[in-house]
Design a protein around this ligand. Sequence first.
Ligand SMILES: Cc1ncc(COP(=O)(O)O)c(C=O)c1O
Length: 442
Amino acid sequence: MPAKPLSIWHPFTQDALDPQPLHIERGEGVYLYTRDGRKLLDAISSWWVNLHGHAHPLIVEAIAEQARKLEHVIFAGFTHDAAEELGWRLRRILPQPLEHIFFSDDGSTAVEVALKMALQFWRNLGKQRKNKFVALEHAYHGDTVGAMSVGANSDFVAAFQELRFAVWRVPSAHCFRCPVGKRRATCDIDCAGPLARLLEERHDDIAAVIVEPLLQGAGGMIVHPVEFLERIRKLCTQYDVLLIADEVLTGFGRCGRMFACDLAGIVPDVMCLSKGLTGGFLPLAATLCTTSVRETFCSRDRSRTFFHGHSYTASPLGCAAAIASLKIFDSEPVFERIAVIEKIHGQRGPVLARHPAVADVRTIGTVMALELKTDDPGYFSELRPALYDFYLDKGVLLRPLGNVVYILPPYVITAEQLHCVYDVIAESLDRVPWLAAQRAGH
Ligand SMILES: Cc1ncc(COP(=O)(O)O)c(C=O)c1O
């Protein structure tokens, strides 16, 4: 045996500053149990993936059963029961026009697939010139190169600037910092003006507009009015540009309906799903598209084939987990649980909004975010590690995005547990100046 195991390199972690990772031995329901005997309430669904609680027995059993039957098979030239059944089940919940599914592995690959699909769609139609993308400011779509390109310019991507392809960026409906200086009560979604002008002038060059519908997650939990998404849909249709909805975070009930697009009553041309797709158990992703997109790829001309795939495409284990997760939507009162979370956000969010440390409260569905006042905003805010440590000490996993604290719980969280999370946040607010000062003194 070697003297030491490999040193494990953790994501988004600065070893020179951050504490050692916490060792989790097991999870159950909303709780994670550490090796040193502590119990943490997971208030962020473990990177926004978990829906029905950790180690939900139905999903555990479905994965085990699938593993006994077929753990993997190449998906080019082959198919299997789990993928077929998942296709049926997703068909029941997705907007009707999204009739085709392409599997991949995670949120970033779902986005890569969507971008490549959009580009090749226009190429297949002989419109090679339509090869540019439009993305929103504050966007986050993942860490692979295409996904990083359509993501916002930020410290996250600065080191990789040379790899990123050029993208046109337009304002997002960040009402708290309205990009066009309006107020929501009296505006006419004027922030969509730059997109309208860009599409009018350059639609012949544009393949697609990509958005995180209604909720920009990693960019700071920015909630958009539904009218903004409706307007984008109308503009894309008017100017013959594809609309890609990245529902990697928002899908499967996070925003209160199965998909955020449902809240705005719109259907995108392409939709990306991952995270909650398997209930948070296994990496699996899907990129959905309409028949008008799909049919341009079907031809006796092999060069029109969609040349994209991954070794684990449509992993039978992932598909089995996803089927089990969707069955839980039928067998357990999932949307009633979601309604309880929404109700508590509705009660407690406005109370926190009155706290002098709070600049803005944003809520949608199961997600509640507080932007805190600080001289040091942004992802690298010194408040972040101080708050993170404070919450962990109190037994709650909350991972602020800079000065934005948010709750995004598994749906099985009880009212009592959610109130506890709010109490811990309220306590942290009273101690924010203290926390910041303490950190600065380190
Ligand atoms: C909206 C959105 N798209 C894509 C991704 C990337 O997903 P993954 O981390 O699974 O690659 C994320 C991750 O947070 C996301 O929030």
